[in-house]
Design a protein around this ligand. Structure first.
Ligand SMILES: Nc1ncnc2c1ncn2[C@@H]1O[C@H](COP(=O)(O)OP(=O)(O)OP(=O)(O)O)[C@@H](O)[C@H]1O
Length: 611
């Protein structure tokens, strides 16, 4: 008997532990998670809906296959009753019967094989569609959703849980449905031959289920432990990879290796226990069941008058018992895995239920020169913890604005609102007098460019890293790289703009990543350019060059730059200083330096001390 290899539906155990420690709600704790089988089946039906006809056809053919399979023992009975017992060796008729038996068996096997293949591809395609749907749904979530979700868990939802849905298809369609059809076929054939004997066999169905249920109970501990430990091993591995620099510098490598070894051994032990339960408990119990069934049926025959004709019937019944027991075992064996697959499927469904942010876009809106007006903004991530308070700010189109302030003063939050990651609770943002939240997606993305604090590279060439899937010519890419002061180092790479970056490619420094990110933003010709600590990791000479580049954009692009390194924004048309989410000071560098004891002046002095 084979157990299907189930996808690791609980591989986020480690991540869950981490999440709880941080006190954030995990998606599975969220109120709209309903682990009922109905939810999971609804998901299956939804994902397979486009292929309903194929599925129904497949099921129809499986019924035909089961009927053909059920014919075999009846023909065998006839063979014994009509030819073997009366010693009537009519070779032609016997050959015909044997041929029909073989043909029915082979056709049934072929039919089942082809239909199960068909269903396997329906399952694959449905899961593919489901995964795309989940991914697109996750992408459409507001940023607040990602704040309360754990990355590892989301990944697990998209990959492992959808894989588990694939398993669910396999289990529901192939094992449950197929086995049920085969059992029903055998029972119908038995009833047709002798309904009382069929009832005896039927009475033993609950007994077989009980045996397997007992086995499941005995083995579920080790099975669960093995799964949890496998998840733990994965989590440990991921954790070590992510924090390798820390781990090595702290000389913790050996301790981590020992911890891994311990979990690995525990997993092996759990697996051995699971296999032991299988070998010592399950097989003997099933053999006992088989013997019990056969003895009962023979006893049933014994109670009747045993005429010669009954031998054929006995043969048919024994053949049917095998056809009932094996599928029953298959069905019962799936229960625990089915349980887990159901949980995974309902988690996917809960994720799909997360409401996407409703937007009322006005397609006719077009961004002009890029003037920004923050109108009395109030914003809090959590109620009672205001991050921005009554922020009112006018930024003329084409100007260069620096944003300064102490850590946690709300600088990045201001950019996040401008990027529509969150909606302000009060007030609004206007771009060229148009409400930001009504700008259609394409217009909005064309208008804004971002150089984030931690730029990320995709595993592709330099050129594609700058292009990012947009219709931008090679010349334009190079021009953007020149403006970002990245051309020099990019063209010095082994294959210039065709060098591969990201995972498996060339490693570039954080500062160089920032220059590539700046080139990426400039290549899109944004009307508004947002820089979040974009110069934090580049050397002073390059910083000066970037400063020049930003100055060159004056009059064409509205630049909002957050900088701890105040020299980057020294040349700004105005510097906005935030203090606990409020506008504390604004003006040119010189004007702000002139405020005796002012916040900006203190920040500059502190930085001079640090340097
Ligand atoms: N996603 C979030 N969820 C909840 N609170 C957040 C989130 N992001 C920021 N905060 C909180 O909002 C406040 C402002 O954070 P923000 O990142 O805007 O400050 P900042 O001025 O950019 O700081 P820094 O200079 O350190 O980057 C902080 O108290 C921070 O803890």
């Amino acid at each position: 008997m084979t157990q299907p290899d189930t996808a690791p539906v609980d591989d986020d155990v480690g991540a869950t532990a981490g999440a709880t420690a941080k006190g954030r709600p995990t998606p599975s704790e969220q109120p709209n998670t309903d682990h009922s089988p109905r939810e999971a089946l609804a998901l299956l039906a939804q994902a397979a809906a486009p292929e309903r006809r194929g599925l129904i056809k497949g099921l129809g053919w499986l019924v035909v296959a089961a009927a053909l399979e059920a014919i075999g023992p009846i023909l065998g009975k006839h063979f014994i009753d009509a030819h073997v017992l009366p010693r009537d060796f009519d070779l032609g008729a016997m050959g015909l019967l044997l041929g029909a038996m073989l043909l029915a068996g082979w056709t049934a096997s072929l039919l089942r094989y082809s239909q199960l293949r068909r269903m396997a591809s329906v399952a694959q395609r449905s899961v593919l569609r489901l995964r795309e749907q989940v991914y697109a749904h996750v992408l459409a979530q507001p940023m607040a959703f990602f704040d309360r979700s754990i990355t590892g868990q989301l990944l697990s939802r998209i990959t492992n849980d959808t894989d588990a849905v694939n398993n669910l298809y396999r289990q529901v369609l192939f094992v449950m449905l197929d086995s049920t059809i085969v059992v029903l076929g055998a029972l119908v054939a038995m009833a047709w031959l002798d309904w009382r004997l069929m009832l005896i066999v039927l009475a033993l169905v609950p007994a077989s289920s009980t045996i397997i249920w007992l086995y499941q109970r005995a083995s579920s501990g080790p099975v669960q432990r093995a799964r949890a430990l496998r998840a733990e091993l994965n989590a440990q591995m991921a954790e070590s990879m992510a924090g390798m620099a820390m781990l090595q510098s702290a000389g913790a490598a050996q301790r981590f290796a020992a911890r891994y070894e311990k979990a690995n051994r525990a997993q092996l032990d759990a697996r051995v226990q699971e296999l032991r339960a299988n070998a010592w408990l399950l097989r003997p119990a099933l053999d006992l069941l088989n013997v019990l069934l056969i003895v009962t049926v023979i006893y049933g025959f014994g109670l009747r008058e045993l005429s010669g004709l009954e031998i054929g019937l006995l043969y048919a019944f024994l053949a049917y018992i095998a056809r009932v027991v094996e599928p029953l075992i298959q069905i019962t064996m799936q229960f625990s895995q089915l349980q887990q697959a159901l949980v995974a499927a309902s988690r996917v469904r809960a994720l799909l239920r997360e409401p996407s942010e409703p937007r009322a876009y006005r397609p006719e809106l077009v961004v002009g020169a890029g003037a920004i007006h923050f109108q009395h903004l109030h914003f809090a991530y959590k109620p009672d913890h205001p991050v921005l308070q009554d922020l009112d700010l006018d930024i003329p189109a084409g100007s260069f604005v620096g944003i300064a302030g102490h850590t946690g003063s709300g600088k990045s939050t201001l950019l996040a609102l401008l990027l529509r990651f969150y909606q302000p609770q009060q007030g609004r943002i206007l771009v060229d007098g148009l409400p930001l939240d009504q700008l259609p997606e394409a217009t909005f993305h064309d208008a804004l460019g971002l150089v984030p604090q931690e730029p990320y590279l995709i595993a592709d060439t330099v050129r594609e890293n700058i292009r990012m899937g947009r219709a931008i010519s090679d010349e334009k890419i190079e021009q953007a790289a020149r403006s970002a002061r990245a051309h020099e180092f990019l063209s010095a790479l082994p294959q210039g703009y065709d060098s591969r970056l990201g995972d498996g490619g060339l490693a570039v420094s954080t500062g160089q990543k920032q220059l590539i990110a700046l080139a990426r933003a400039l290549a899109g010709d944004p009307r508004i350019l947002l820089l979040d600590e974009a110069t934090a990791n580049i050397d002073s000479a390059t910083e000066a060059q970037v400063g020049e580049a930003l100055k060159a954009l004056r009059g064409q692009v509205t630049v909002l730059a957050i900088a701890h390194r105040l020299s980057t924004i020294r040349e700004a048309d105005q510097i906005v200083v935030l203090n606990h989410g409020k506008l504390a000071e604004r003006g040119t560098h010189e004007a702000l330096m002139g405020i005796e004891g002012g916040l900006y002046q203190r920040l500059v002095q502190l930085q001079a001390l640090e340097e």
